[in-house]
Design a binder for this molecule. Structure first.
Ligand code: ADP
Length: 482
């Protein structure tokens, strides 16, 4: 990997604690999912390093919160610029540790930078309010202040964007943040820290603690100094972190699992629906929490849609993300590949039909983009997030039936539907119990739109003009004796 980088110093093998690059007692190996080869090691930090990072953040907070908004904005602008200037190196690091094709990794770098840019702008727009109290003898000022020391735990599927989406609003609000990146993808996080340091982020305002999840998470959730936890990952881990945070009543932002329905009505524009399903299903080899998990297709368009989707899926190229023309990389690890195979075999045993692709157990992490027809809601794939390149097509008749199936899940993150009928657009858009709805589009992730879920998909919203609220408290200042 080092030889692919223009600036090899971006590949950091030390943790970043309180503005210093440090080692810990042991190390953990990070592997390339495409080859299984070890890329390098990172420090195996534990509770002690996490505590040190939190203490450094606490020490940095008073000065950081008083920094002029324009100064915080300038640091975020420089971070954005540095991320974009180093996009090729960051993309190479990402492809090496995460597996997504290089072109897609470049796309994520730009998406990740967009949060730094967006919140640089938002840093100047932290407004309050002022009004006269009910008896007329006082003024009430509503101030929005930084919550204090924040911690973040992020997943491996978007190793840059899930970090900037949390760190940038924290910085803009005047909060320091201690990050635990996924142990599978720490190098993107460390490169971001190196660039933040170059951008002028003060010591202690940003720390990155690499290592095993449980001891770091335990300290983060147990430590009284920490006022807020932002987590993106699975629902079981989110639930555990919420329980662990209960004793100190931390504020929480939780972006958890989904089970996205993708509904194609008879009156859909077929080309658009197929393109949307391809993007939503096969991006990052199906490893995103907003990937279409259940594709519901109405009777009248079912055969045509299935045929077109299978033909498009057949054009995807599976392989190592560094190889020319590859559009679908390896899954993150063997367990991820086994889950896709398990879902597929369960569906085939219950009567689904394989029309494209197919996967076998023990064939490694390269899983072919697969399309199944005749899927139904009794199958595992309709009830769990597959998190892989498996597209099951479920047939439905009436609009109400599609809505009932779509909402029949404890999750409520993303949903999609395709129709050209304006009445149906409103009806279905309002009926879907999800935090995000894509109407005639397969993408809902961008810095300017609120991202988040309802039900067991989590709490809070990230990105957009609303995202900074997660890092701000409201204070009421009553001015009497006028
Ligand atoms: P995924 O299915 O995406 O791997 P996880 O929820 O397991 O989802 O992982 C998301 C993040 O949560 C990762 O950074 C992982 O290391 C972290 N994590 C997993 N278990 C714990 C835990 N017990 N405490 C704190 N963090 C955890």
């Amino acid at each position: 990997l080092q030889t692919r980088l223009k600036d090899p110093s971006l590949l950091r093998t030390q943790a970043f604690v309180g503005g210093e690059w440090v080692d810990a007692g042991g190390t953990i190996e990070v592997v390339d999912p495409a080859t299984g080869a070890v890329i390098a090691t990172v420090p195996d930090c534990g509770a002690a390093e996490t505590r040190a990072a939190i203490e450094a953040a606490d020490k940095a907070f008073p000065a950081w919160r008083r920094t002029a908004p324009a100064e915080r904005a300038a640091i975020l602008e420089r971070w954005n610029d540095l991320i974009l200037e180093n996009a090729d190196d960051l993309a190479a690091i990402m492809t090496a540790e995460q597996g997504k094709p290089l072109a897609e990794a470049r796309g994520e770098v730009a998406y990740g930078a967009s949060f730094a840019k967006w919140f640089a702008e938002e840093a100047r727009r932290i407004y309050g309010d002022a009004f006269t109290g009910p008896t007329g003898d006082r003024r009430i000022l509503v101030l929005r202040e930084p919550v204090g020391v924040c911690v973040a735990i992020t997943p491996w599927n978007f190793p840059i964007a899930m970090i900037t989406r949390k760190a940038a609003p924290a910085f803009a609000a005047g909060c320091p943040i201690v990050l635990k990146p996924a142990d599978l993808t720490p190098f993107c996080a460390l490169a971001l820290a190196a660039l933040a340091e170059r951008a002028g982020i003060p010591k202690g305002v940003f720390s990155v603690v690499t290592g095993k999840a449980a001891p770091i998470g335990g300290e983060m959730t147990g430590n009284e100094t920490v006022r807020k936890l932002s987590f993106t990952g699975s629902t079981p881990v989110g639930r555990l972190l919420m329980e662990q945070s209960a004793r100190t009543l931390k504020r929480l932002s939780l972006e958890l699992g989904g089970n996205a329905p993708f509904i194609v009505f008879d009156d859909a524009d077929l080309d658009q629906a197929v393109a949307g399903a391809m993007a939503s299903k096969f991006r990052n080899a199906g490893q995103t929490c907003v990937c279409a998990n259940r594709i519901l297709v109405q009777d009248g368009i079912y055969e045509r849609f299935a045929e077109r989707l299978a033909a498009e899926a057949a054009r995807l190229k599976l392989g190592n993300g560094f190889d020319e023309g590859v559009t679908v990389g390896p899954l993150i690890n063997d367990a991820a590949a086994e889950k896709v195979v398990r879902h597929m075999e369960d569906a085939l045993a219950k009567g689904a039909k394989l029309v494209q692709g197919g996967a076998e157990a023990g064939r490694g992490r390269l899983v072919a983009p697969t399309v199944l027809t005749g899927a139904d809601t009794s199958m595992l794939l309709a009830n769990e997030e597959t998190f892989g390149p498996l597209a099951p097509l479920i047939r439905f008749g009436a609009e109400e039936e599609a809505i009932a199936i779509a909402n029949d899940t404890p999750f409520g993150l993303a949903s999609y539907f395709y129709t050209r009928d304006i009445g149906r657009a409103w009806r279905v858009g309002e009926a879907l119990e999800f935090g995000m709805v894509g109407l005639n589009t397969g993408s809902v992730s961008m810095e300017s739109a609120p991202f988040g879920g309802v039900k067991q998909s989590g709490l809070g919203r990230e990105g957009s003009a609303y995202g900074i609220d997660e890092y701000l408290e409201i204070k009421a200042l009553h001015m009497g004796g006028l």
